[in-house]
Design a protein around this ligand. Structure first.
Ligand code: PLP
Length: 403
């Protein structure tokens, strides 16, 4: 008889956001007259910038004509987009990346989930705690994590690196040797960042231990402070030890359009094996490329007008972040993040769990956020609010909390 992949049964009961959605739906059904404000899920709300929409229309018209119609594109992405990425995201920051090192995809979620396939299931993974759930779950599915210990809320073979107020959200380097390190800065969920000196320590660790860093910089466009790297390749030697993931989702409002990319440097090798060649092989086998229309949309991000327009949207969200941060501080909350990321990470009142605070906020203030414990054991006692709501709702939510 057919057998299933039993690793799937080790995944935690239900996906965090489905649990939240169910609680919210139940509350709304019982209280139909209440206006619930959702500051929970990290999804953009502003429409796509006009310059990008113009490119989408133009590309759509090209598909309507025999002479300009496009079928399958290159699995790695069209050169016109890869070249723009090299120029605007890297060369302008003094980083040298070749277009063959860029792999266009339909999401950083898929890329960060798929990348582990290139590596043996014997490898030890290390994740920050709290963490964006995809890094852990994709390794659980692959059978790299061992059994789940209900008492600790941790997997047997995973190294958890707590990032809490106690260490100022700078996770400690693992004491043991780990092989695959997942880092995400600016961080989801905590909204915190590492500076250049701090990130340099991780590159050094990876070099000394023969490890690989998976660096998720999906939120780099939200960085406002100096000395915060936008790319791990700003650190010397990182091309020998790191794969970087970027996304147009939060940078340009593409959560529904779907476009991202991974950078797999040619210098990156395990023994004699080139990871660039391996990832290329994987993508060519399992992926048939991102739609031409989508890649044309992404290309428009790399124009003066496109940049100006996406920056206006980011500034709008970051003003929401400021309103949330300052409003909460005024109400006596201890708050982190929200300066270089659209996430505000707050300490829940003493003696409460993250879920208890979730229920209280929903029932008393009709506001939805995300319990920190849903992102890992060290998220317990914290709570995430996002800056992606409308200005009006953000102000109303904060006024309700201040009251
Ligand atoms: N990486 C992080 C840290 C995220 O928070 C998200 C989305 O919330 C993603 C990746 C997913 O990006 P994409 O929409 O490109 O799949």
């Amino acid at each position: 008889m057919i057998k299933i992949n039993e690793n799937y049964l080790k995944l935690q009961d239900s996906y965090l956001f489905s649990t939240i959605a169910k609680k919210v739906a139940d509350f709304q059904a019982k209280n139909p007259d209440k206006k619930i404000i959702k500051l929970g899920i990290g999804d953009v709300t502003l429409p796509i910038a006009p310059k990008i929409i113009e490119a989408i229309h133009k590309a759509t018209d090209e598909m309507a004509k025999k002479e300009t119609f496009k079928g399958y594109g290159p699995e790695q992405g069209y050169d016109f987009l890869r070249e723009k990425i090299v120029e605007w995201d890297y060369k302008k920051r003094g980083i040298s990346i070749e277009k063959e090192e860029i792999f266009i995809s339909d999401g950083a979620k898929c890329d960060t989930g798929n990348i582990q396939e290139l590596f043996s299931t014997d490898n030890i993974i290390a994740i920050t705690d709290p963490v964006y759930p995809v890094y852990l779950d994709s390794n659980v599915m692959a059978g790299r994590t061992g059994f789940f210990d209900k008492n600790t809320g941790k997997f047997e073979k995973v190294v958890y690196m707590p990032a809490t107020a106690e260490n100022n959200f700078e996770p400690e380097l693992p004491k043991e040797k780990v092989d695959m390190l997942y880092l995400c800065f600016p961080n989801n969920p905590t909204g915190t960042v590492l500076n250049k000196e701090q990130l340099t320590k991780w590159v050094k660790y990876a070099k000394e231990n023969g490890s690989i860093i998976f660096f998720d910089s999906a939120y780099e466009a939200y960085i406002s402070e100096e000395n915060v790297p936008h790319s791990i390749y700003e650190i010397e030697g990182a091309k020998e030890v790191a794969i970087e993931f970027r996304s147009f989702s939060k940078t340009a409002g593409f959560t529904g359009v779907r476009c991202a990319y991974a950078v797999v440097p040619k210098e990156l090798k395990v023994g004699e094996v080139s990871l660039n060649a391996l990832w290329n092989r994987r993508q060519c086998t399992k992926f048939n490329g991102v739609p031409y229309i989508t890649q044309k949309a992404a290309e428009a991000v790399y124009t003066e007008e496109g940049q100006k327009q996406i920056k206006e949207n980011i500034a709008y969200y970051m003003e929401n972040a400021r309103i949330i941060r300052e409003g909460l501080e005024k109400s006596g909350y201890t708050v982190y993040g929200g300066k270089n990321a659209p996430y505000i990470w707050l300490k829940v009142p003493e003696g409460m769990t993250s879920w208890e605070f979730f229920d209280k906020l929903l029932e008393e203030k009709n506001i939805v956020g995300t319990p920190g414990s849903g992102f890992g054991p060290s998220g317990e006692g914290y709570f995430r609010l996002t800056a992606f709501g409308s200005r009006e709702n953000t102000i109303e939510a904060i006024n309700r909390i201040i009251k």
